[in-house]
Design a protein around this ligand. Structure first.
Ligand SMILES: NC(=O)c1ccc[n+]([C@@H]2O[C@H](COP(=O)([O-])OP(=O)(O)OC[C@H]3O[C@@H](n4cnc5c(N)ncnc54)[C@H](O)[C@@H]3O)[C@@H](O)[C@H]2O)c1
Length: 129
């Protein structure tokens, strides 16, 4: 009996997800995406790679970007690219392996830019420690 119920539940869920995807297919992307316009978004590891791409993407969508990276040069370059595209960005050199530095930088960001609404990690991955 339990197996039959689980099977029915599975079919119902699959049907629901299929219907949801059909409906969403006809809804334009701009109505499906959450607005980040005006939000302060903190991106760690924004000095290159995934973090930089994420920072540029969020800035394009109107977020006020705060970049943290241990590599000051790369971090500044990300900010330069965002500003050149008309966005707002603030670079902070921060070593994420140092708890004290993290707390101090967070205080500075709160004071100088405002309360962070969303944080994204571009510095960590499967090979990170
Ligand atoms: N690029 C890929 O296709 C890919 C795929 C899977 C996983 N990953 C993982 O995702 C993570 C990011 O990848 P990426 O290609 O963007 O790497 P990346 O080296 O281009 O960027 C990482 C950034 O993090 C910064 N960083 C590193 N240690 C830091 C620290 N202690 N404090 C502050 N900043 C620090 C670096 O200075 C650099 O700017 C990596 O851990 C990688 O292993 C990447």
């Amino acid at each position: 009996m339990e197996t039959v119920l689980n099977g029915l539940l599975c079919v119902a869920q699959a049907l629901f997800l299929w219907l949801q995807s059909v409906v969403l297919f006809f809804v334009p992307a701009k109505y499906r995406e959450k607005s980040v316009s005006g939000d302060v978004a903190l991106i760690t590891g924004a000095g290159s790679g995934i973090g930089r791409l994420l920072a540029l993407r969020l800035a394009k969508r109107g977020a006020r970007i705060v970049t943290w990276d241990v590599n000051a040069e790369g971090n500044e370059e990300t900010v330069r690219q965002i500003r050149a595209a008309g966005g707002e960005a603030h670079a902070y050199t921060c070593d994420l392996s140092n708890r004290e530095v993290i707390y101090k930088t967070a205080e500075r960001v709160k004071r100088e830019v405002g309360k962070v609404r969303a944080a994204h990690r571009g510095d960590i991955g499967e090979n990170s420690t």
